[in-house]
Design a protein. Structure first.
Length: 311
């Protein structure tokens, strides 16, 4: 664990109780600080490269009416942030919360994000989408044809999701969404882990939410949330479901490579247990009739996880 106490010397939080918080796939570290009066804040340690975008996007989200942490103090790679709450949507679901209510609250954030002004961020073009899956050939299955995978994804995006048009927080899933049931509707969901945000085709974060690699989202929830999104935005369901499948397939192709790298090079074997679900999510999206060409290329190049070459 990072020695947060040394970073906090001389700050108002120097003598607060420090409790570590389980991190994510990144190298970031988190802790919750609790003061004598019970007030809480979060301290986060991340690389300097990620600190700048986190602060900028947090401010942008707050300025546009979303619930993002306020940056209370900054010292190099360490940030002290307002604490949005201790219960994320994953915990609320595990405690028996209504999936339809919880997922709908998350989807309503995505509907609102479509109207959000877009900062100057990288754009998920078809070319970029293809390049992002090369990691799958280099780390998940080194016998795979990286050029073929990249071209198949690029062509799929060109046809189904050609325009980056919406701010996407990118890791939009229930473990990164804080449940705040006593807050006003616009702040029911607290947002975390958005430092890698980019501008993506509409639906990217919905694919992240509904094709969760850490839990099975029931089919009735997937169908209801997709229908709700289309109804609220005026999108044609037929066209949008093919776009959503395209976005989900690209995401999960990349996740195969990222998780394999974490297992091989990052010393994080726990991600091995998630690989089969990533694979099943990928196959579920590739089953869409509109993605037959992409499916053919993927199946020709990638074995299932129990036959792949990662450690």
């Amino acid at each position: 664990m990072v020695d947060f106490a040394s970073f906090l010397t001389g700050t108002p939080w120097a003598n607060w109780h420090i409790a570590a918080i389980t991190g994510d796939a990144s190298d970031r570290s988190y802790a919750r600080l609790t003061g004598p009066d019970g007030h809480r804040v979060i301290v986060m340690h991340s690389g300097q490269v990620l600190t700048e975008p986190f602060c900028a996007i947090a401010e942008h989200l707050a300025d546009n009416g979303f619930c993002a942490p306020a940056v209370l103090h900054r010292q190099g790679p360490v940030l002290v942030l307002s604490d949005l709450g201790a219960i994320d949507l994953a915990t609320a679901l595990d405690q028996g919360g209504d999936p339809m209510q919880l997922y709908r609250a998350a989807v309503d954030v995505l509907i609102a994000l479509r109207r959000c002004a877009m900062p100057d961020l990288p754009r998920l073009t078809p070319d970029m989408a293809g390049e992002m899956v090369r990691i799958t050939a280099s780390h998940y299955a080194q016998s795979a044809d990286g050029d073929a995978l990249a071209e198949a994804v690029r062509a799929s995006f060109e046809h189904h999701a050609p325009q980056p048009e919406t701010l996407a927080l990118r890791d939009f899933h229930v473990e990164n969404l804080i449940w705040r049931p006593n807050e006003a509707s616009g702040h029911l969901i607290g947002l975390l882990d958005f430092q890698d945000a980019f501008v993506a085709p509409d639906g990217y974060d919905l694919a992240s939410l509904l094709r969760d690699v850490r839990r099975v989202v029931p089919d009735n929830v997937v169908q209801a949330m997709t229908a709700h999104y289309c109804a609220a935005t005026g999108l044609d369901p037929g066209t949008f479901t093919s776009k959503l499948a395209c976005l989900g397939a690209q995401r999960n192709l990349r996740i195969l490579g990222v998780f394999a790298r974490l297992i091989n090079d990052g010393g994080k074997p726990k991600y091995r247990a998630l690989m089969q679900r990533v694979w099943q999510n990928l196959l579920a999206d590739l089953a869409h009739p509109a993605l037959s060409d992409l499916r053919q290329t993927v199946i020709a190049n990638l074995p299932p996880p129990d036959q792949a070459g990662f450690a």
